[in-house]
Ligand binder design. Structure first.
Ligand code: PGA
Length: 247
């Protein structure tokens, strides 16, 4: 399984930030990475980023579940595709937390992504309170059941396991906990999807930085990373990409 390292710029980035993508492109051209590389800039930069894009793919950070129409402020999956995206993140914990998105909404957005020809990166992960209560496995299992449509395959879906308490905090689970949770999510995918569940990439996300990337990314159960803050600077993002051992 070829890993994927994806950058999520969140609500950061102006036209001047395109210089980071130019730097990323140059570095990837100089040395081929051991993984697929994806950048998810804000919607406003997608079309300009598509002009620069080479050696990496582009994604949106969210999409509407609707195809189009009177939904002021929303962006459809086909608009993302038209602007140059091949992927879209759905169900990020910040969407779940600040926009009240529930598993059913996330599944509907994944379906909309597929209909537009985009790959869906479906995010799941427990809160700190849920982990302390011993509920992390149950929460992730129910998020897989509720957020991942039954037609998910390796070609159209990636899972990002992002413990909410690790996002933007500088804290990460132990490698033993990451191994255990990725194994659990794999079992949940296989139970839900059958054989198709074996080929779906499971990314780790939450405070992946240049100094911890080698430890996390080279775990056999980890098929890549979803990187927030450390994806904004090409130099940091490249350090994470190159932390992956060539296989
Ligand atoms: P972080 O964010 O790397 O800044 O912790 C990860 C994410 O939310 O995707």
């Amino acid at each position: 399984m070829r890993p994927l390292v994806a950058g999520n710029w969140k609500m950061n980035g102006l036209a001047s930030s395109l210089a980071e993508l130019v730097a990323l492109k140059a570095a990837l051209a100089a040395k081929a990475p051991a993984c697929d590389v994806l950048v998810c800039p804000p919607f406003t930069l997608l079309a300009q980023a598509a002009v620069v894009k080479d050696g990496f793919a582009l994604g949106g950070q969210d999409c509407s579940a609707k195809e189009g129409g009177a939904f002021t402020g929303d962006i459809s999956a086909s608009m993302l595709k038209d602007a140059g995206a091949s992927h879209v993140i759905v169900g990020h914990s910040e969407r779940r937390q600040y926009h009240g998105e529930r598993d059913g909404d996330v599944a509907a957005k994944a379906g909309a992504a597929w209909r537009a020809g985009l790959g869906a990166i479906i995010c799941i992960g427990e809160t700190e309170a849920q982990r302390y209560a011993g509920d992390a496995n149950n929460i992730c299992a129910s998020q897989v059941d509720g957020s991942v449509p039954g037609a998910a395959t390796a070609a159209n879906t990636t899972i990002a396991y992002e413990p909410v308490w690790a996002i933007g905090t500088g804290r990460t689970p132990t490698t033993a906990d990451i191994i255990a949770m990725h194994g659990h999510i794999r079992n949940c995918l296989v139970r839900r999807l059958g054989e198709a569940g074996r080929g779906i990439r499971i990314l780790y996300g939450g405070s992946v930085k240049p100094d911890n990337a080698a430890d996390i990314l080279n775990l056999p159960e980890v098929n890549g990373a979803l990187v927030g803050g450390a994806s904004l600077k090409a130099s940091d993002f490249l350090s994470i990409i190159t932390a992956l051992k060539q296989v």
